[in-house]
Design a protein around this ligand. Structure first.
Ligand SMILES: [Zn+2]
Length: 254
C-alpha cells in the first residue's frame, strides 16, 4: 500500500515538473527555489563531519563520472585558476606550492635518487669536463680545498709502520691471502692500486655519517672497487646496501 502511494506521488511530481518546464519563467523560479533549499540545507549542516563526508563522496563520484568531459574539464581548470589567483593575492600561494612540492619530493625520494644516479652514470664525461673547467677557473678554491683536506687528514691521525704491518698481518691471518674485507674477493695485486686502506668511518663523512680517525681499529684492507663505491658514506648504510657484513669487526670495533 505504502509503495503504491509512493509511486503515485513520484508520478504526480514528474507530471508537475513536466508542466513547469513548459513555462520558462515558472521553470526558472522553480530552479531558484530548489537551489535555495539545497543551499539552506548545506548551511545548516556544513559543520557536520558526516555531511562533509557525503559531500566529498558525491563530489568524487561526480568527478569520476565527468573527468573526460571537455566542458567539465574547462570548468575545473577555470576553478583552479580562480583558486590560484585568490591564493596569490593573499600571499599564501608560494607557501602552499612549496609545501606541495616538498610532499611530492619526499614521497618520490627513491625514484628521484635512482633517476639522478642514472643521469650521472650516463653523463660521467660531461661532469668530469665541467669539474676540470671549474678547477681551472677557481685555482684558489682548489688550493683551499686541498689545504682543508690535508688539515683534516692530519687531525685524524697517522699510522706508524708498525700499525700498517699489524693491519696487513691481521688480514693474512684471517683470510690466508690478501682479501677485501668487505666483498671477500682476493685482492688482485697485478692491478695498479689494487689494494686500498679504507677508513671504515670516513675522515670526511658525508652528511649524517660519523667521522672516524686514522687508527688501526678504523682501517680496513679493501679492493679499489669497494673503496670507490663506499666513498664517504655511512659504513653501515653502505654495507647493508651491498649485502656485506662489517668486514673488520674482528679487530674489535663496532
Ligand atoms: Zn671489495
Amino acid at each position: 500500500m505504502d509503495d503504491e502511494r509512493k509511486a503515485k506521488a513520484a508520478e504526480a511530481q514528474k507530471r508537475y515538473i513536466e508542466r513547469l518546464r513548459l513555462d520558462p519563467v515558472k521553470w526558472e523560479q522553480y530552479k531558484a527555489k530548489r537551489r535555495k533549499i539545497r543551499k539552506d540545507y548545506r548551511d545548516r549542516h556544513k559543520g557536520e563531519e558526516s555531511f562533509l563526508e557525503r559531500e566529498r563522496m558525491a563530489s568524487q563520484k561526480y568527478h569520476e563520472k565527468n573527468k573526460d568531459d571537455g566542458a567539465y574539464k574547462a570548468k575545473l581548470a577555470e576553478k583552479t585558476k580562480r583558486y590560484t589567483n585568490r591564493k596569490k593575492e593573499d600571499g599564501s600561494y608560494s607557501m602552499l606550492r612549496r609545501e606541495r612540492n616538498k610532499r611530492y619530493y619526499d614521497a618520490h625520494r627513491v625514484q628521484r635518487l635512482e633517476k639522478q644516479k642514472q643521469y650521472n652514470d650516463n653523463h660521467k664525461e660531461e661532469k668530469a669536463a665541467r669539474d676540470a673547467k671549474w678547477r681551472d677557473a677557481n685555482p684558489e678554491r682548489v688550493k683551499e680545498y686541498h689545504a682543508l683536506d690535508a688539515a683534516l687528514r692530519a687531525q685524524a691521525g697517522i699510522l706508524s709502520l708498525e700499525d700498517v704491518r699489524e693491519i696487513y698481518t691481521a688480514n693474512y691471518d684471517r683470510f690466508g691471502k690478501l682479501t677485501c674485507e668487505y666483498c671477500h674477493n682476493e685482492i688482485d695485486l697485478t692491478m695498479k692500486r689494487a689494494v686500498h686502506l679504507d677508513h671504515f668511518y670516513p675522515v670526511k663523512p658525508r652528511k649524517d655519517a660519523v667521522a672516524g680517525k686514522t687508527e688501526i681499529a678504523n682501517m680496513r684492507i679493501v679492493c679499489s672497487s669497494c673503496n670507490h663505491s663506499k666513498s664517504n658514506k655511512d659504513p653501515y648504510v653502505w654495507l647493508r646496501s651491498e649485502g656485506y657484513e662489517d668486514g673488520g669487526a674482528y679487530r674489535g670495533t663496532t
